[in-house]
Write a protein of this length. Structure first.
Length: 56
C-alpha cells in the first residue's frame, strides 16, 4: 500500500473514534439519585433509587 491509503485509513479510524465519542456523550443516560437503606441489626446497607419507598 502506498502512503495515500495509509492516510485515508487513518482518517477513517479517527472519524470513527470521534463519532463514537460524541455518541457516548450525547446518549449517556442521566444518573439517578440514590438513597441508602441500613439495617443495623444485621449490619448491611443497600442502595436504592430515590423514588422507591422502603417498607419494613
Amino acid at each position: 500500500m502506498n502512503k495515500k491509503w495509509y492516510g485515508i485509513i487513518a482518517l477513517v479510524v479517527i472519524a470513527a473514534l470521534i463519532a463514537t465519542s460524541i455518541g457516548l456523550l450525547v446518549f449517556t443516560p442521566k444518573k439517578e439519585k440514590w438513597k441508602w437503606y441500613e439495617n443495623k441489626e444485621w449490619r448491611y446497607r443497600i442502595r436504592y433509587p430515590a423514588d422507591w419507598e422502603v417498607v419494613e
